[in-house]
Ligand binder design. Sequence first.
Ligand SMILES: Cc1ncc(COP(=O)(O)O)c(C=O)c1O
Length: 373
Amino acid sequence: MRFETKAIHSGADTDAETGAIAPPIHLSTTFERRAEDGTPAHGFSYIRDGNPTQVRLEEALAAIDSASHALAFASGMAAVTCLLQSLPAGSHLILADDCYYGVRALAGEYLPRWGVACDLISMDDPEAVRAAVRPATRAIWCETPSNPLMNIVDVAALAKIAHDAGAILIADVTFATPALQRPIEQGADVVMHSTTKYLGGHSDVQGGSLAFARRNALLDTIEHSRKITGGVASPFNSWLILRGIRSLAARMRVHCENAMALARALEAHPRVEAVHYPGLEAHPGHAIAARQMSAFGGMLSFNVRGGRAEALAVTAKTKIFTRATSLGGVESLIEHRHSSEGPGSSTAENLLRVSAGLEHSGDLVEDLMAALG
Ligand SMILES: Cc1ncc(COP(=O)(O)O)c(C=O)c1O
C-alpha cells in the first residue's frame, strides 16, 4: 500500500459498537477488570499505560514510518527524554551539532546526571562521525533537515557507521515528515517526530512520537519508561494528531511548493545574503536530499544582509506571515530564530526561519518581497 493510502486507512477501523467512521475519543482514565481473575476485560487498564485512541494513533504512526511499532508521547521533547533516558550509564552518544536547541539543552543539562557522555559533531561528513565513535558509543542522533539551518545528512551512511559500531541510529525528521522521508527504510533504528508540527498540522496540538524498526529490548525499555515517567499522549491530543495524519500527504505537497517558490524568490533578492533550502541546487545537501527525500519540505531559512535590526525589520513588515515560533501549520510563520532560542543561541542574528503554510504561493512571495523592500 502506498503512503497516502496508509496515512488514511491505518488505525482507522470503523467503530465496532456504532459503525462511526470518525474514531471515538476515549477519555476514560480507567477500564473495567474481570470478576474471575481481576485481569483487564478489554486489554486496557489505566490511561497512563495505554488507551484505545492512543493505540489507533500508534498504529497509524507505525504504518506511515514503515516501522514495526510506534509510541506516542505528550510532546516531542517527552519522546526525546524517554529515548535518551534509555541509554545506560557509562554509554556515549553522538549528537548532531546543529540539532534542535531543545535536544542540545537536554543533552547538556541532563546527560551528565544520567552518566551518559555526549559529543556534538557536524554530520555533513560521515567520516567525522565515524572518527567520533568510541567503544562505549550506543547511539548516533541525527536531524535532517536540521533546525534552523536546513542541513542534510546522509541517513544510510550514518546507519552503516552506527551499525558497524554496534550502536543505533536515531533520526529526527520532524521537518521532513514521513510523507517525504522514512529513515527506517534507509537503515535507521528509531525515528523521532515532534507531532506538534506537520503531523498535527494545524498549530493546535502538542505531541511526539518514536517509531521503531523492530520490536526489541530498546522498545520495551522505552515503553516501560513512558509508563513510569508519564509523558504519554492524552486521548484528545492523540485524536487530533490522528486526524492530522489523514491529510498529511496532500498538505505536504502544497507546503513544499510554497517553500520552493519562496526560496527561489529569496535567492534572487539583493537584500538576502543566503537562503537555506535543500530544494535549491546550490544547497550543499541538495544531492543527498534529492536521493533520500521525495520532496524538499515546507521549511526554509535565510540571512538578511545586515544584522539583527535588519532581520527584525523584515518580520515587522510582513502582513500574511505571522511572527511566531513553531512550524507545520496551515498558516505561514516567520521567526527571528535567535530571539526564540534565547541566551546561548548559536544561530546568526540575521537569520529568519520560515514555515511556509498553505496560502497561495503568489501571496506569500509578494508579502515577503514587500517586507524585504
Ligand atoms: C526538529 C525538532 N525536534 C524536536 C522538537 C521538540 O518538539 P516539541 O516542541 O513537540 O516538544 C522540535 C520543536 O520545535 C523540533 O523542531
